[in-house]
Each structure stands twice: as C-alpha cells, then as structure tokens.
Design a protein around this ligand. Sequence first.
Ligand SMILES: [Zn+2]
Length: 385
Amino acid sequence: MIVRAGLFYDGSLAKPRQNVDIEIADGAIVAVRNADGGAYDREAACVTPGLVNAHVHMEMNGEADSMGALAAMTHNERLLHAVENARKSVRAGVRTVRVVGCSNNISPALRDAIVMGRVPGPRMRAAGAVLCMTGGHGWFVGRELDGPWDARKAVREQLMGGADCIKVIATGGVLTKGAVPGNAQLMPEELEAAIDEAHRHGMRVAAHAIGTQGIKNALHAGIDSIEHGHMLDDEAIALFKKRNVYLVPTLTAPTCILEHLHDGGQPEFVIRKAESVGEAMRTNIKRAYEAGVKIAGGSDAGTPFNYHENYAYEIELMHTLLGMSPHQALHAATAVAAELIGLHRGLLEPGEPADLLLLDADIARDIRVLARPQGVVQAGRLVGA
Ligand SMILES: [Zn+2]
C-alpha cells in the first residue's frame, strides 16, 4: 500500500514534509519518499502517526460515578467493556496504550488476544492491579499492601498475572471516597521496594501521585513516570529533570469532571476534589512544561466523561492549557509517550509499524482535526474511522 500525504508529520519535532509517499508492506513502513506522480492507494491532506495514550483504564467507560460503576460490575462485564474500549480506541486512531491498572488481570489477557489477532485493539502495555496501601486510592481494584516485603510480593504477583509494567499509588486520588489527593500514601520504603523489584524483572513503574510529598517520594524512590503530578513544586521539577522522569499530566481527567458538573451522577466528593486538583493542575503543569520536564501524553481514559475514543481532547488541552504548539502536543502524544511505553519509537520511519492517521487538514491550523480522522491505518491495514 502507498499513502500519499500532502503534509507529513513523522512524530518527531522535525519540520513536516510536503507531498510524500509512504510505502507500506507487511504491516511496516518500507520507505518515505517525495511523491513522484506514480500510483497510490490512499491520499490525505495531512498524515501523522497513530496516537499513543500512556494512561488508560480499559475496563472503565467514563461513567459519572467510577467507583460505583466498577463495584456494580462483574468481572465478566468488565472484560467485555475492556474489549469494546480496545476496539473504540483503535478506530479513533489510538495505535498504542499503556493500561495503568486493571482488575483480575483483564488487560494482560486482552493485550495478548490483540497480539494474536483475536480481537481488534491498540498495541498495549498492561499493569495488573494497582499497588496501594490498605484502604488506599483505588483499593477496590487494587492489591493492598503493607511493608516493603509485601510490596515485593505484590509486584511478583502482577508479574505472574502477566503484567509488563507496574503502577503504584503514592498519594490519595479524586475518584476514591475518603482518599485525600494531597496526602502521601505508600511509604518511601514501600515505593523503593516495589520499584526495585519491578526493575529487577525489566518492568517500568508508574506512580499515581497528585500531592507534593508523594510526588517527591516517588521521584526519590526511582520511579519511571509520575501520573497526574498536579501539585508538583519547584523541588519536584528539579528532581524530574535530574532523574529524567516522564510526567503524564492527564489533563482530560479533572477537565471532564468539571465540564459535566450539572450532568448529574457524579458523587459530591469527586466534584469537590476535582475542583482543587484542577486548579493546581492549570498552574503547576504549565510551569513544569516550561521548565523542560518531559511531558508524555496520557488521558486517564475511562474516568468520568473521559472516553477512550476521545484521546484527541488531551492533545487539544496540551495545546490550550500548557501552551504547546499543535506540533509539540502531537509529539508528546506520539513519540514521547511511545518512548515511555517502550514498544516502538512512535515515529513514522522505515522499519516502524505502519500506524497512520489520515486527516483532511493540517493539525497546525486546527488541532481538533485529530478527533475526526478520515482514515486510520493500523499495522498497514485500513481500520476505518
Ligand atoms: Zn488513572
């Protein structure tokens, strides 16, 4: 297959090229060259790599009350939701995701089924249960642990369940009743033990961390990425840079909660916490970005009103809230997120998987064009939009 692009973004920050042909064979890119007037199979005004979402919850569907919805679902229902959300993701142009927490090892099983071609879905890296303190944020889908040796055991259990990355809970969170986002949860010793154990088995570790102290605890403990990070301070920014840690700001999560205050169904405690977290997010994440912290795209898809097929909204928010150019936001949601996930480079270049978005306008003119691709190519095959 040959795709002719009027404008071509390869996922890097290099200037987009005009009038190129992308040659695809056996699911991979063979060549990218100047269009020569020969035949082609598909044409688009603008071509970008498929999107990479570094923070999703496959079995959650954007219900107004996440905790209540999960509690009401059986494991079988959760699995079916995950399968459906995988299909929606890939149709919307999401080529790769990192699932940061699931119940009953659903995501490792789904990851393997996608690889074997049994169900459609994005390339996937998958954590098992989130590792939290007893009663900590996410306990209702988590592995509660107390003490460093229990932390190691919890990591080993996730590995046995098929996980290929680990998620730890360093602070309270918005969606768990009673968990205060600003408070640290797992102790430094527990974080260090979990991270060391995961690294020994070749797995990267993501930390849910909203409060200032918990962010710093995770950074000192050797974490690979901080999820949310909304209450970070200058000391944390310096640590991010010194240790070369990724920040996945999940701007969509609080934004969607606050955009739907009057839609009903959201518990009062969620709204109150999202208001304070949202305010911190709008100032602090922009500061981190401007200071040079590496930002990787991730939306927390599955949280209230935050749907798996709407990942383009996170990219729009990186543009409007953080001041990234559309090109920089695309880079954060392709190459940078892919680098964090580690399955491929996230770029469109020879040897890379042929996962393309076909768009009818330049993203620099209207970044929202990413939300309505005219075509999606995954592994060299048109999956349709
Ligand atoms: Zn999350």
